[in-house]
Design a binder for this molecule. Structure first.
Ligand SMILES: *Cc1c(COP(=O)(O)O)cnc(C)c1O
Length: 502
């Protein structure tokens, strides 16, 4: 141990020795006690040792470069703990401050809260739907308590975890049965593997979707062991294309929601009410990957219409798959609803065991589904819908309140203006529809190179990183997803932005 804490040998005979205090002197200092209590003795000791080793290495490197520049570099590298004249560090309080910072940084969680000012409400990279308090509380309880996850309380016998939400799902969709898996990609995989293993699935060439994050219908089809039978062309598919492809080798006809693109111009696609009777006449089942899958008609809230799960079942789909954390506004999961005999088969597939959800997901999903029983109250209660239906005037008022303090924090190098902009629903729902919003636009004054890039980086470096969107030589901060509590925190940390910029 002594070797790691001993004074380093001078590099040249004329240079003074680099003196750093021994680890035990730091650890035995009264100021170190709170750190040992918080982080434990082992971690504090190891981190102190690593800190001293780094400081020593930097001092030696700086000295090897020599001259005044080295003094400056040394000072910058080691901070106030180092006497750059003598190369010694005896200031234990300064070293303790560095140690505390290092411990805090390495103990900070990697998954962190951020401000989503991108204007995309359901942002896949930022975790999609935010959940209502009822779901938050249910998850907290499920974390602390044993739960009747697979236990039928009435009979005292083993139960089925899907039963916890199945009844609600049937009520909300009109389907006969339901099952829940990890996400919609898993739902599609499980459905295809169960019903089309080694057989053909007919899909229009206009619907061979790729969703961000490497979910591609043709690839999932292959991995599920099904054979993709493409019909039609990219822009036009007719009913007769499906009819001609149908045969004894066909397991399913499948429709996939074109979540993130729209084909316009000379187009034709076969909608479900037309396709379902054809499939029935061939005794072929129809599956629909609805993607976002909303449970209510969004038009009643002034949003664009998105086909609901109920409409899809009513139009003749035998199975429908959709995500729990897109428009539905719940936790990440994939929901499969449809004909009872098909769901029974799906649940018997051994892959179901590998793709099933845990108790936290079900704890969050049930209260979210329950909110749909009161559709008139949904915009107040369901966080996703609340954000999607926020009036632009609310964001305008926020922009007015934040513009001045943000301008003050950024100083004269940037110009902050409050402007109208458009938000997106995101996550493949209604890709081309845009919601009128309001926010702040930051432009760089002068011609400093990469001023916006540096600003973005400063905003990301804040304790609560701020994530906006760069476009047209400006940084756009859409305030749709900033609630009152978050607004306070946003303004409170502007002082740190100021310091970081100074
Ligand atoms: C989003 C989406 C998926 C993937 O859903 P995850 O829940 O992200 O796995 C699959 N298909 C469609 C059409 C989608 O929009």
């Amino acid at each position: 141990m002594a070797a790691t804490t001993a004074t380093a040998a001078p590099v040249t005979s004329s240079a003074p020795a680099i003196r750093l205090p021994a680890v035990h002197l730091i650890l035995s200092d009264a100021g170190c006690q709170p750190l040992i209590e918080q982080y434990g003795r082992t971690q504090t000791t190891d981190t102190a040792r690593a800190l001293l080793a780094d400081l020593r290495a930097r001092l030696l490197a700086a000295r090897a470069e020599g001259g005044a520049a080295s003094n400056e570099a040394t000072h910058a590298a080691a901070g106030a703990a180092i006497d750059t004249g003598t190369g010694t560090a005896t200031d234990i309080p300064a070293l303790l401050a560095m140690l505390a910072e290092r411990l805090q940084r390495s103990n900070r969680s990697n998954l962190r809260a951020v401000f989503n000012l991108t204007g995309t409400v359901l942002h896949t990279n930022l975790g999609r739907a935010l959940l209502p308090d009822s779901a938050v509380q249910a998850v907290a309880e499920a974390l602390r308590w044993p739960m009747n996850l697979e236990w039928d309380i009435d009979t005292g016998t083993r139960g089925d975890r899907d039963n916890l939400v199945e009844e609600l799902l049937l009520e909300l969709t009109g389907a006969e049965a339901a099952t829940i898996v990890n996400n919609n990609a898993a739902a599609v995989l499980l459905m295809l593997n169960t019903l089309a293993l080694g057989r053909e699935v007919i899909v229009s060439r206009g619907e061979l979707v790729e969703i961000g994050g490497a979910f591609r219908i043709p690839d999932v089809m292959t991995r599920a062991g099904a054979v993709l039978r493409e019909v039609g062309s990219t822009n036009r598919t007719h009913l007769k294309d499906y009819a001609e492809a149908a045969g004894p080798q066909t397991a399913l006809m499948m429709k996939v929601h074109c979540s993130n693109y729209e084909i316009t111009g000379f187009t034709k696609s076969v909608e479900l009410p037309e396709l379902a009777p054809l499939a029935k006449s061939h005794q072929i089942d129809v599956a629909v990957d609805l993607g976002s899958g909303t449970l209510v008609d969004l038009e009643q809230y002034g949003l664009p219409h998105e086909t609901t799960v109920r409409e899809t079942i009513a139009a003749g789909a035998d199975l429908v798959t959709f995500s729990g954390d897109k428009l539905l506004g719940g936790p990440q999961c994939g929901i499969i609803v449809g004909r009872k005999d098909l769901i029974v088969q799906i649940k018997k597939n051994p892959l179901k065991r590998a793709l099933r959800v845990g108790k936290l997901t079900l704890a969050a999903l049930e209260p979210v589904l329950a909110l749909y029983r009161a559709p008139d109250l949904l915009p107040e209660r369901l966080t996703t819908l609340k954000l999607l239906t926020r009036p632009a005037a609310a964001m305008r008022a926020q922009a007015a309140a934040i513009a001045a303090p943000l301008q003050a924090a950024l100083g004269a190098s940037y110009a902050v203006t409050a402007e109208a902009m458009t938000s997106q629903i995101g996550s493949g729902a209604l890709p081309v529809d845009q919601l009128p919003s309001f926010g702040l636009v930051i432009r760089a004054n002068g011609k400093a190179s990469n001023a916006l890039g540096r600003l973005e980086q400063r905003l990301r470096a804040l304790p609560l990183p701020v994530i906006g969107r760069v476009a047209h030589d400006a940084l756009w901060l859409d305030l749709r997803c900033l609630n009152d509590e978050q607004q306070e925190k946003f303004v409170a940390q502007l002082a740190l932005l100021e310091q970081a910029g100074a």
